[in-house]
Design a protein around this ligand. Sequence first.
Ligand code: ADP
Ligand code: DP6
Ligand code: CO
Length: 357
Amino acid sequence: MSLYQATASAPVNIACIKYWGKRDTKLILPTNSSLSVTLDQDYLKSTTTSRADPSFEKDQLWLNGSEDEIKPGSRLETCIKEMKRLRKQEVEDKDPSAPKLSTMHVRIASYNNFPTAAGLASSASGFAALVSSLAALYALPVSPSTLSLIARQGSGSACRSLFGGFVAWEMGTKADGSDSLAVEVAPQSHWPSLHAIICVVNDAKKGTSSTSGMQRTVETSPLLQHRIKHVVPQRMADISKAILQRDFDSFARITMQDSNQFHAVALDTDPPIFYMNDVSKAIVALVTEYNRIAIEKTGKRKAAYTYDAGPNAVIYVEQENAKEIVDMILQYFPDAAANFKDVFGLYANDAKKGAVI
Ligand code: ADP
Ligand code: DP6
Ligand code: CO
């Protein structure tokens, strides 16, 4: 075994204000800021081991046990190159006795404990874990925000998985991307009663990847232009305030509005993109009815759905209402029952077992 090896894990994050659109596809600079919640370490996560050795003849990566080619000019290549550059700059140039790991090739093995490329944010946990494992291997004395600049160049949403809790990706204004990074809005401990229920509707690989889908949206959707100029900036401010005040009703309203607008923008793309299916829409109807009753009784919402680029629902809920909503989902989708889990306070149906709703 090599002397130089490190392992790191990163959880997925699920956006409340969605990133959808790039102003620079090479550096991965977004057309709008976004905000997400990073889920508990122990459920949907990527675990990555990186090893450096003078005998390795090239950089190599295995994803879930099969080799994934590192193509020249690819995002993987960029991330690895940038991490080696930081190793040289932050460690080897400052301490001449430090081993010259930046000159050695690396072998990287990564595993996702949930479906890859199915709209459950594997690119987010995947690139965050990759960057974290290389940062550990290289003993880099840098902040999560600095690492987020590199994870961003692997997959935009990955920059937000370098932090736990509530995280904003500030779009930045600079052409070199040096101010397009993740910052913590609040740690998970700020609002520990907020739970996420993951409803796996379909765990198959999606038809349109996030990367190609959002590029087509940027090129063809007039609605996207309205969204990035006139909608997202106010929503970023409003949801940050709601989080800081633990105001679930506002958090829920903004989260659902933004999920709806993201899917409207996908539909406004030419040709259109449909990520939600009939089961996704049935879950929207269920949560809407649940909230209607709650509003009638208390004036406040009790649940918030959100969908990324796929049919799977994530429902944010306060802990005290989690059982009620899980029971309601099970009543309408009884097949899900066998696979529902309560893992570390996070309710989820088992993504590994397939389409269960
Ligand atoms: P998702 O909705 O799962 O994020 P994307 O289309 O955004 O789907 O990204 C999927 C791609 O992310 C995969 O095809 C792979 O290239 C990359 N990816 C996923 N998991 C990992 C990982 N653990 N390590 C490195 N790259 C990964
Ligand atoms: C709908 O980060 O997967 O999940 O930057 O091209 O890799 P690339 O795309 P990716 O897009 C995520 C889109 C989203 C919304 C979000 O996570 O903010
Ligand atoms: Co992704």
